[in-house]
Design a protein around this ligand. Structure first.
Ligand code: XCC
Ligand code: SF4
Length: 638
């Protein structure tokens, strides 16, 4: 059995793992052990269950079958599988984006009274960007038009590009996608589209084309994969970010605390976990209401109610409300083992189904709220946007009532918490830079900053928690590469002190100087996973300013502890937008050398980005540096 220190570099996690073992509470790492050895066919992408002539598998070493019952080859199996991962990931982000779009429409029409539009300036900016005539129109009228364009991007039936993509992608990139569509047709005689038409349709297209007896060509499968991923990045995720900003406010820099130490022994602790901010914003709001705070104190919680976040729901309220974040994905079980969580309230995505059982070992109420995410063993309180405040109050009251059930003998809160400066939306970055990207471009041009790397994505129990996320970041900073990012990386960076302005000390002199001058940390928190769209929008601003393509910029990305299908979609839309992307662990594609070659080399000529796999943070940083230096050279920079 591995020691806690081998499972996580986070001292708070180590303590809780140790504690859980003493009390014989099963954790995610134990279940990973119990799955070993994991299926070799699955790991290589060489199995298929798309029809009941199967399940089929293909022998990677050539002794067993080389074709599925229908005749599908390894190349088909692997490409189809990666496509379905992209479709699932894009579906998750985009279905999330649909909710704020619908809510915006309901607010505009006066159907929903529980929410208001908080950021009118952002609404105007988005409307203008979408080409809406804004003059003389009031807020509800503008909101309705923006919501309708967003919803149309989910459902329009013509083949024109998504309106959000057209309004936000850089000029040169749009031209490149169009040119490449033509080139593909000239070369192959087959029509292959890169530019997404309708967010839902690109997901459906993949589900259709990957059924038995449809698309068997790895190239055409991967091109559709790219199109679907682009519908996520420049569509569903972007819509989520932009409309959430309109509804709840665009993030601006603020100080917060991160790690399990944000839990309070003398307060009613409510952990909100998942991805969508619609419910959690309301929980934060009602938890501040006088009568509920008083009620909590009457029950003996001297410090009232303490709402803390986890994962991306955590990131959303962290960025906008300054709510402390208890941890990233691998903290989601550990937070329960502190024994002080009165309620864990979840919405959608990345919520381990093990949580309700674990909650039962304590007094904790595990409360699911989404019609799309039910958890046997937990409590379900159905959330409806139009009754948001009432439902949020009910949830908070339940947590307060539960305070008296807490067992003091089971309480252990680690002391660890770190200060972090977060909230770097594109708007915030532009303000810091004085209104334009030019100062940043100058710093890049003079070599003060060599390049920019985005680190995104999850924790994965196959990787020592936060080890790769943190060390890759350090390695890049030491190479004068500025780091931005989202998701569980961002929480890791906050927990480990990389988001304090003082962390600039560990960076090489150029980045250090820039951070000191601007009073920013060297690792910039840009939000939740759907907020990877903020990185796209920022790259777009830089590319348009230079009148070049994203593929010309000295930038690269990484998802070094990735877990979910959503991460595959994110990686793919960065690649399809011209950004090379590092991955660890390796994706299940190695069973097809042809598909592997396409992903690691072939896509470069087509889309400007490509994937590479590397197990070691230092080596990954070296490769990213090399890519950045090559791109600088091509741009004519020293
Ligand atoms: Fe989920 Fe977004 Fe991954 Fe974390 S980083 S494990 S997706 S919470 Ni997106
Ligand atoms: Fe097997 Fe082909 Fe059916 Fe897949 S689609 S399960 S490879 S027969």
């Amino acid at each position: 059995m591995k020691r806690p220190q081998e499972l996580s570099i986070d001292p708070a996690a180590q303590q809780q793992i140790h504690l859980a073992r003493e009390r014989k509470l099963p954790l995610i790492w134990d279940r990973l052990e119990s799955q070993k050895p994991q299926c070799g066919f699955g790991s290589l992408g060489l199995c298929c269950r798309h029809c009941v002539m199967g399940p089929c598998r293909i022998d990677p070493v050539g002794h067993g079958p080389q074709k599925g019952v229908c005749g599908a080859t390894a190349d088909t199996l692997v490409a189809r599988h990666i496509d379905r991962m992209i479709a699932a990931g894009a579906a998750a982000h985009s279905d999330h984006g649909r909710r704020p779009a619908l809510l915006l429409k309901e607010i505009a029409q006066g159907v929903n009274q529980d929410y208001q539009i908080k950021d009118e300036a952002k609404l105007r900016a988005v409307a203008e960007r979408l080409g809406i005539q804004t003059e003389g129109k009031d807020i509800p009228a503008l909101a309705l038009e923006v919501a309708e364009i967003a919803l149309k991007d989910f459902g329009k039936q013509d083949a024109s590009p998504l309106q959000f993509l057209k309004a936000y992608a850089p000029r040169r990139r749009l031209e490149l996608w169009q040119r490449k569509e033509k080139e593909l047709f000239e070369k192959t005689g087959a029509s292959m589209g890169i530019i997404p038409r309708n967010i839902d349709r690109e997901v459906v297209d993949i589900m259709h084309r990957t059924t038995m007896g449809m698309d068997h060509d790895p190239l055409s499968l991967l091109v559709q994969g790219a199109r679907c991923a682009l519908a996520d990045g420049w569509g569903g995720s972007l819509i989520a970010t932009e409309i959430q900003d309109i509804l709840f406010g665009t993030p601006f820099p603020r100080e917060i605390y991160a790690n399990l130490g944000v839990l309070k022994e003398k307060a009613v602790n409510i952990v909100v976990h998942g991805h969508e901010p619609i419910l959690s914003e309301m929980i934060v709001h009602v938890a501040l209401q006088e009568d509920l705070q008083t009620l909590a104190k009457e029950k003996g919680a001297a410090e009232g109610i303490n709402v803390v976040g986890l994962c991306c729901t955590g990131n959303e309220i962290l960025m906008r409300q300054g709510v402390p974040v208890a941890g990233n994905e691998l903290h989601s079980e550990l937070v329960l083992t502190t024994g002080v969580v009165e309620a864990m309230v979840v919405d959608v995505q990345c919520i381990y189904p093990s949580l309700p059982q674990l909650a039962k070992c304590f007094h904790t109420k595990f409360i699911s709220t989404s019609d799309q995410a039910r958890f046997p063993g937990g409590v379900h309180i159905q959330f409806f946007e139009e009754k948001a405040e009432e439902i949020a109050r009910k949830i908070v009251k339940l947590a307060i009532d539960n305070f008296l059930q807490r067992d003091p003998k089971k309480v252990h809160i680690p002391q660890e918490k770190e200060k972090a400066r977060v909230g770097f939306s594109v708007e915030a970055l532009l303000e810091i830079l004085g209104g334009s990207v030019k100062p940043l471009i100058d710093a890049l041009a003079h070599g003060q900053i060599k390049g920019i790397a985005g680190i995104v994505g999850c924790n994965n129990p196959k990787v020592r928690q936060d080890f790769f996320l943190v060390n890759l970041c350090r390695e890049l900073l030491q190479r004068n590469i500025l780091v931005v990012g989202t998701g569980c990386w961002a929480i890791a960076a906050a927990k480990h002190g990389l988001m304090k302005p003082e962390a600039a000390e560990i960076a090489a002199p150029g980045v250090r100087e820039v951070c000191r001058t601007l009073n920013i940390p060297p690792a910039l928190h840009m939000g939740s996973c759907v907020d990877c769209s903020r990185i796209l929008v920022f790259l777009s601003a830089v590319a348009d300013h230079l009148d070049c393509d994203i593929a010309d910029l000295p930038v690269a990305g990484s998802a070094p502890e990735w877990t979910t299908e959503k991460a595959v979609s994110i990686g793919t839309y960065f690649v399809a937008s011209g950004v090379p992307v590092h991955l660890w662990p390796e994706p299940p594609v190695l069973g097809s050398p042809a598909v592997t070659r396409l992903l690691t080399q072939g896509l470069k000529g087509l889309l400007g980005g490509w994937f590479f796999v590397e197990e070691d943070p230092q080596k990954a940083a070296q490769t990213i540096e090399k890519i950045i230096l090559e791109r600088r050279k091509r741009l004519g920079l020293a």
